[in-house]
Design a protein around this ligand. Structure first.
Ligand code: CP3
Length: 393
């Protein structure tokens, strides 16, 4: 039997230590900024496993193309140019917070593919197609050409724009809700770097695991080293909680997932707090979202993260049984329910909140994957309101 609280990770927060002086904040570097006190820390308390008044909520891809206000800013800008412009990135991050009063967290507007860029790869965002790498990794010899941490890849320099965006966004949020940072998981990034974009079968990336297992491990390790530093520096810059997106975990069998993904996810959850301690920074709650890896839930509950994100293939009550109080669970409505109208949304939300035991402990409301571009913003608002209602009951 697992003791409910024994395996929980202790988290400190900056609620009491925050200091704020708006007149100097814009002039000082991210690492020296101080911030206003937090007025809504629901998600941080839920991540620690505390009993809360109602489950906190946020939505993956909440800052994005389903919002007309996003398209207004997007017009005339390249996607990665927007990521690299802190004023624009912070404006987009705040859009869903300003629209929906029910949201309990903001997630920084950026992308998982900024890590491959920092390692020297060119990544473009092609309209209506998604990410494209003109020169993907073809053979293990190409790995040697990548910039590694401390060997050509200076995270603070290459990704300084993300840190500036985080710091600026924390200021603009003025303590309304916590700000989340994120990274792509090593396996998901490796898959993009080899495929050169999205893929239906991931044949190239997966065949690397079988043809070149050692080179694959080396690549995954190089990505992990950058990822750890990047995530720790996001916290220094103002991220109050962080999520690791392993969007393509479900492409792997349990054996390959354990060897080529989970081991690096574990490294990240272990090394980020260590790095934060070195930097004199308190740890923050960490979430892992390994989409499609339903078979790995047991292992993920023991992988050093405070929160485990679930896609819609999990039954909430079953997942809760497996987690057994070890972690907080996040998710998991199929985003496509949002196309089904109010009655369908109402029914699904009620069922899911009940499945998560009413939601007042060990639960964070989210979708099972990102909100898609065709969703009516009013329907997402209805989803949030219903969660508020059922979660407060
Ligand atoms: O969640 C948020 O609102 C924060 C911002 C965010 C974006 N991407 C903005 C974005 C986050 C957290 C991501 C993560 C991300 N990016 C993931 C992991 C999450 C997931 O969905 O599995 C992945 C796999 C990527 C890579 C990526 N970026 C893809 C595949 C695409 C194309 C998406 C598509 O549906 O066509 C992007 C582009 C992207 N990232 C957009 C946004 C708002 C749309 C870009 C545009 O305006 O053209």
């Amino acid at each position: 039997m697992v003791n409910k609280n024994a395996t929980r990770i202790r988290i400190f927060d900056d609620l009491n230590t925050a200091k704020y002086n708006s007149s100097i904040l814009l002039l000082i570097p991210p690492s020296m900024a101080t911030f206003p006190p937090l007025q809504n820390d629901l998600i941080l308390r839920a991540a620690r496993g505390e009993q809360v008044e109602r489950p906190p909520m946020w939505v993956m891809r909440q800052a994005g193309r389903y919002l007309p206000e996003y398209h207004k800013v997007r017009a005339g800008h390249d996607f990665f140019e927007m990521c690299r412009t802190p004023e624009i990135a912070s404006t987009i991050t705040l859009q869903p917070i300003e629209r929906y009063e029910d949201l309990d967290a903001a997630i920084i507007f950026s992308d998982i593919l900024v890590i491959p860029q920092a390692m020297g790869m060119v990544v473009e965002m092609v309209e209506k197609k998604g990410p494209h790498f003109p020169e993907p990794l073809d053979t293990p010899e190409d790995v040697a050409k990548l910039k590694r941490l401390g060997e050509g890849c200076d995270v603070k320099k290459e990704l300084g724009y993300v840190f500036e965006a985080l710091t600026l966004t924390r200021q603009k949020l003025a303590g309304r809700v916590p700000l989340l940072g994120f990274i792509g998981a090593p396996w998901t990034l490796m898959a993009y770097m080899i495929e050169g974009g999205g893929s239906k079968t991931f044949t190239k990336a997966k065949s690397w695991l079988f043809k070149y297992p050692e080179d694959s491990q080396k690549l995954l390790q190089d990505i992990t080293d950058v990822a750890v530093e990047f995530l720790a520096q996001q916290v220094v810059a103002g991220a109050q909680m962080v999520q690791v997106f392993d969007s393509w975990a479900g492409e792997l069998s349990p054996v390959e997932f354990a060897e080529f993904s989970l081991s690096y996810l574990r490294q990240i959850s272990k090394r980020v707090p260590e790095r934060l301690a070195e930097l004199g920074q308190e740890r923050v709650p960490m979430t892992v979202f390994a989409k499609g890896a339903w078979y790995a839930l047991e292992a993920l509950c023991d992988s050093g993260y405070n929160v485990v994100g679930l896609d819609w293939t999990h039954d909430p009550a079953e997942a809760r049984k497996i987690a057994n109080g070890r972690v907080t669970l996040q998710g998991n409505m199929d985003p496509n329910v949002l196309y089904g109208g109010k009655a369908a949304i109402d029914k699904a939300v009620k069922r899911i909140v009940e499945g998560f035991g009413g939601g007042k402990q060990g639960y964070i409301v989210n979708l099972g994957h990102g909100v898609t571009p065709g969703v009516n913003p009013e329907d997402l608002g209805f989803f949030l309101r219903k969660n508020h209602e059922y979660g407060s009951a």
